[in-house]
Design a protein around this ligand. Structure first.
Ligand SMILES: CC(C)(COP(=O)(O)OP(=O)(O)OC[C@H]1O[C@@H](n2cnc3c(N)ncnc32)[C@H](O)[C@@H]1OP(=O)(O)O)[C@@H](O)C(=O)NCCC(=O)NCCS
Length: 181
C-alpha cells in the first residue's frame, strides 16, 4: 500500500481507472521528448497499469510507477518512477512526468519532495539519484529546488532517436543528510 498525502496531492499506486489520465501525458511527444519511454497505446497502458497496480515497495531492481493524484478532483496529473538499485537498495533512482497542460504549478516539486521524505524517513534510503538530459532544464530545476546536487556530466551517453545523435546527461544526487539539513 502506498499513500502519501501532500497539501495538493496524493501519491499512490496506479489503478485501472487511471488509464485515460495516464494516456493524456504518456502519448504526448513533448512529455516523452527527453526520455526513452515509448508513447503508450490504450492497450499497452492498460497492461502497464495492471502490472503497476500490483506494486510492492519492497521490490528491488525494478522500476515502480507512482501515480500523482490531485486531491481536489482525483485527476492523475502525472507519475513518479522509483527503482531501488539491485546491488545497493539504499540508493534509489527516480524520474517524473507531469501532464503538459498542468506543468509549472509545482506539482513535480511537491510530489518528488514527498517521495524523498518517505524514502529517507521510512525506507532507510541513503541517496536518491536521477539521470537527466542536459537539454531538459525543467527536470533539473525541479531537482535543484529540492536540494539535489549536480554530480557529473556523462558525455554523449544517451542516443536520442528523434535527433539521431548522442547527447550528454547529468547525474543529480540527494543524500539523506542533505535533505534533512
Ligand atoms: C520535468 C517536469 C516533470 C516538471 O514538472 P512541473 O510540475 O512543471 O515542475 P514544477 O512546476 O514543480 O517546477 C518546474 C520548474 O522548472 C522551471 N522550468 C520550466 N521550464 C523551464 C525551462 N525551459 N527552462 C528553465 N526552467 C524551466 C519552472 O520555472 C519551475 O521552476 P521555478 O519554480 O523556479 O519557476 C515536467 O516538465 C515534465 O513532465 N517534463 C517532461 C517529462 C520529463 O522530461 N521528465 C524528466 C525525466 S527525469
Amino acid at each position: 500500500m502506498m499513500h502519501i498525502e501532500t497539501p495538493r496531492l496524493l501519491l499512490r499506486w496506479f489503478r485501472p481507472a487511471d488509464v485515460a489520465d495516464m494516456l493524456e501525458y504518456r502519448t504526448d511527444p513533448e512529455v516523452l521528448r527527453y526520455q526513452t519511454l515509448d508513447p503508450s497505446s490504450r492497450e499497452h497502458a492498460e497492461e502497464f497499469i495492471a502490472e503497476q497496480s500490483q506494486n510492492n515497495i519492497d521490490k528491488v531492481g525494478a522500476w515502480m510507477q507512482v501515480a500523482i493524484e490531485r486531491r481536489e478532483d482525483g485527476k492523475v496529473v502525472g507519475d513518479l518512477a522509483i527503482c531501488f538499485r539491485e546491488e545497493e537498495p539504499r540508493i534509489v533512482e527516480m524520474g517524473f512526468n507531469i501532464n503538459r497542460s498542468l506543468q509549472g504549478k509545482g506539482y513535480a516539486t511537491e510530489a518528488a519532495t514527498a517521495i524523498a521524505a518517505f524514502l529517507f524517513r521510512q525506507r532507510n534510503v541513503h541517496k536518491i539519484s536521477c539521470l537527466v538530459d542536459v537539454r531538459n532544464p525543467a527536470s533539473f530545476r525541479v531537482l535543484e529546488k529540492i536540494g539535489f546536487r549536480r554530480e557529473a556530466q556523462l558525455r554523449k551517453s544517451y542516443f536520442d532517436t528523434i535527433d539521431g545523435d548522442w547527447f550528454d546527461e547529468y547525474i543529480y544526487g540527494l543524500l539523506a543528510e542533505e535533505f534533512e539539513g
